[in-house]
Design a protein around this ligand. Structure first.
Ligand SMILES: C[S@@+](CC[C@H](N)C(=O)[O-])C[C@H]1O[C@@H](n2cnc3c(N)ncnc32)[C@H](O)[C@@H]1O
Length: 250
């Protein structure tokens, strides 16, 4: 059901649900130099993948209903369940409407000797109908050897590394995690970076668009929606998450 006052459906939905990680997550809050740790949410599912996929499937069906015909939906996951959810999305949204698999690559503490260290999340992007508006984002592409090419009609720029051109963004994004010393850190364990939300929102919506995040955690998505002039409706099952998200947005 849409909130009162909104007759339109969502232009953009982004969700960052539990990942089937098998862990519990907390919030670390600091007040007057004192640290307190509170429970945020559970991601264990009795180790039953079916149970988890049932929740995801029901949510995806509901979100499809809420999405406008030209709408776009992003689902943010990692290696634990993304391959199963991809098949569910293909079934519900149709594989024809699969737009992108974006890899968010980051640095974080810890590494493995038994395998390559797992240092990326996967974001699946689908459109509802195949008809959608996408705003390409630009990124720097350094010339080979960082030299100037001087090709006719190609605008080149120079920074401290060397010469580059601006190209449409690729689907592997290197963005820093919200680390311990990060200014945007709220203490919410699975908080996502603002720069990541900014790319998603700018590429997949316009000023005034209605955007939704129904697993909003610490409220990164709504905070950036507000900054970029989007309308938004967001929620989370956790009281603490809602409290943090609300204060962040306000
Ligand atoms: C990975 S976190 C989201 C983090 C968020 N993107 C941020 O930047 O802080 C997943 C969130 O899903 C919430 N959640 C779990 N099950 C839910 C459900 N059934 N409905 C709504 N929210 C749920 C959890 O409370 C948690 O805050």
């Amino acid at each position: 059901m849409l909130a009162e006052g909104f007759s339109e459906k969502f232009d953009l939905i982004y969700i960052d649900p539990p990942f089937f990680s098998g862990a519990d997550y907390s919030v670390v809050e600091e007040k007057d130099g004192k640290k307190s740790i509170s429970f945020a949410y559970k991601d264990t599912w009795g180790n039953d993948l079916k149970e988890y996929l049932r929740m995801i499937t029901v949510s995806i069906f509901a979100m499809k209903e809420l999405l406008s015909k030209e709408g776009l939906i992003w689902i943010h996951l990692d290696w634990h369940a993304v391959h199963y959810v991809k098949l569910i999305m293909d079934e519900i949204f149709s594989s024809k409407n699969f737009v992108n698999e974006v890899i968010w690559s980051y640095k974080s503490g810890g590494s493995s000797r038994r395998r390559f260290s797992r240092k990326h999340d996967t974001l699946l992007l689908y459109s509802k109908s195949g008809r959608y508006k996408f705003n390409p984002q630009k990124e720097k592409s350094y010339n080979r050897g960082f030299r100037k090419y001087s090709f006719k009609g190609v605008e080149e720029f120079e920074d401290e590394k060397g010469w580059y051109t601006m190209v449409n963004m690729k689907d592997v994004w290197n963005i820093d995690m919200v680390g311990r010393t990060s200014k945007e850190r709220t203490g919410y364990a699975t908080q996502k970076p603002e720069a990541l939300m900014e790319r998603i929102i700018l590429s997949s919506s316009d000023a005034g668009s209605l955007c939704g995040d129904f697993f909003c955690g610490s409220g990164t998505f709504p905070a950036i929606c507000k900054k970029l002039g989007r309308q938004f409706i967001c929620c989370d099952v956790g009281e603490l998450a809602v409290k943090i998200a609300k204060s962040r947005v306000e």
